[in-house]
Design a binder for this molecule. Structure first.
Ligand SMILES: Cc1cc2nc3c(=O)[nH]c(=O)nc-3n(C[C@H](O)[C@H](O)[C@H](O)COP(=O)(O)OP(=O)(O)OC[C@H]3O[C@@H](n4cnc5c(N)ncnc54)[C@H](O)[C@@H]3O)c2cc1C
Length: 474
């Protein structure tokens, strides 16, 4: 084999001798993949089909020692290194273009410690891997709502989902992490060991090293809950948004409500005559008793004449995958997000105005309720901050890879975002940032915690080895 050109830390192209790569590969318990190796395509596939990047080589680690070998190899040879968890980051941060990608997907162990109410999770797991294992014990940690998402990227950016109202951001359930840092150290970070590093990992992304294992606190949830989606024609939008606000304000934390306006997808649960017409939906997830859920959900289920009502008793695991089919891998995606302190009449007016004459069938704006436990912690309890958020507003566009619609769809998102931005807390979710967002926007997502993050970055990664991320420069 000839020498391989690999992107260097300075953005240059470096020639790495075949013998050097062979020596590195022979020490691995896992494998080193080249573009013509079996498994390379899978290891470099991304959820967002709009991102075109290809690493020169991929490491699939068999152990923490392999991760350590890879970090040392990249640092010593000054090569760009990226870390791939579930490959779901919308900005494509899993891959280094022309560099080395460490694909963590082989590290998929999940161990539930029933007595300690903890789960130990390998960094290659998806949310579904974790939920399925913990639900065998009727337990759950707070994770997101599309099951193929990587647990690593979601957690390191903060994380939220249907249980956030009860238990906080995902990082509020995080108890410990094993991490390989740029100096070649393997550390277990927690509130009592390397506590500065642990603080930074709770929202600071992949800036501080490669996490190999996460330990989460578990709560009693499920296995059955009351949840699903209900939809009305958009002519009901004003009344449904009003109902949404009223119930969201008074609902117990067991109930999380998500409002979504869009054009109806051609989904079997919706009547065919409604397909393509403007609708408003509420996705509900109630993790309390059936009796409590029935009472709390009654005003929603009895409102007007829904096109379809799929809110029912179902497995928590099924609810966690309910939206999977709405976000297929390989389509083109573009999003913007803001955290909101509440919902005003003016915000609803602005929200509804974005849908006048909307042609794109899959464009939607999601209002995701997060208020509750997270608001009770201090702003600097973990790097994620954003403790005054009551809702996450996500403006989303999805379109077919070959429709030539990139410009029009991105423009719709940007215009809607400009209109809705003035209702924001001033914070946005770092995990929803796209490829074209600026450093300033990353700074905004951490707000007052940014300075401390930069200090901790300087301590643990002074040469910015971990830079394929929403980068916090040392
Ligand atoms: C369809 C969809 C639904 C989503 N739903 C939610 C949701 O409900 N709640 C929510 O909070 N977020 C949600 N997200 C956002 C999600 O949290 C981010 O996209 C996240 O980056 C995905 O993690 P990943 O491991 O799949 O990412 P990847 O693309 O694999 O990696 C993203 C970044 O994470 C870092 N990283 C990954 N693994 C490691 C590791 N082991 N050590 C250090 N750094 C690492 C890397 O720096 C990389 O830059 C959703 C995203 C999608 C696409």
């Amino acid at each position: 084999m000839a020498a391989v050109q690999i992107t260097g830390l300075a953005g240059d192209r470096r020639e790495v001798a075949a013998e050097t790569l062979d020596g590195f590969a022979s020490a691995l318990e896992g494998s080193l993949l080249y573009p013509d190796s079996e498994g390379f395509a899978e290891a470099t596939s991304l959820w967002n089909g709009m991102i075109k990047k290809r690493p020169s080589v991929v490491v699939r680690p068999g152990s923490t020692e392999d991760v350590l070998r890879t970090v040392n190899f990249a640092r010593d040879n000054e090569l760009e290194l990226s870390i791939r968890g579930g490959g779901h980051n919308i900005a494509g941060l899993a891959l280094s273009d022309g560099g080395i990608t460490l694909d963590m997907s082989p590290m998929k162990s999940v161990q539930v410690d029933v007595d300690a109410r903890l789960v130990r999770v390998g960094a290659g797991c998806t949310l579904g891997d974790v939920d399925r294992a913990t639900q065998e014990q009727g337990r759950a940690a707070t994770l997101g709502f599309v099951s193929a998402t990587g647990v690593a990227g979601l957690t390191l950016g903060g994380g939220f989902g249907y249980l956030t109202r009860r238990f906080g951001w995902t990082i509020d359930d995080l108890e410990e992490a094993e991490i390989v840092t740029a100096d070649g150290g393997v550390r277990r970070a927690s509130r009592t060991a390397s506590d500065d590093l642990f603080w930074a990992l709770r929202g600071g992304g992949g800036n501080f090293g490669v996490v190999t294992e996460f330990v989460y606190r578990l709560h009693d949830v499920g296995p059955q809950i009351t949840a699903g989606v209900i939809a009305w024609p958009a002519s009901e939008a004003d009344a449904v948004l009003e109902l949404y606000r009223t119930i969201a304000e008074s609902a117990p934390r067991e109930l999380t409500l998500v409002a979504i306006r869009r054009n109806a997808p051609p989904a079997p649960w919706l009547p065919e005559a409604a397909h393509g017409t403007p609708i408003i939906q509420i996705v509900a997830c109630h993790s309390g008793s059936l009796e409590q859920a029935t009472a709390d959900l009654a005003p929603i289920k009895s409102h007007g004449e829904p096109l379809a009502d799929m809110i029912q008793v179902r497995d928590y695991v099924a609810q966690q995958a309910l939206l999977d089919a709405t976000q297929p891998k390989g389509m083109h995606y573009y999003w913007k997000s803001e955290f909101l302190p509440g919902l005003s009449d003016e915000l609803f007016e602005t929200y509804n105005a974005q849908f006048v004459g909307l042609k794109a069938p899959a464009n939607q704006i999601v209002l995701f309720q997060v208020s509750g436990a997270l608001n009770e912690r201090a702003e600097d309890d973990g790097a994620m901050g954003n403790r005054e958020a009551a809702f996450a507003c996500v403006i989303q566009s999805m379109w077919g890879p070959d429709t030539g619609a990139d410009v029009a769809n991105r423009e719709w998102v940007r215009t809607a975002w400009q209109a809705l931005k003035s209702y924001s807390t001033g914070g946005n979710y770092v995990n929803f940032q796209t490829e074209d967002e600026t450093d300033e926007r990353t700074k905004e997502s951490y707000r007052g915690n940014f300075g401390r993050l930069a200090e901790i970055k300087t301590k643990y990664d002074p040469t910015n080895l971990f830079r394929v991320n929403r980068n916090i420069r040392p």
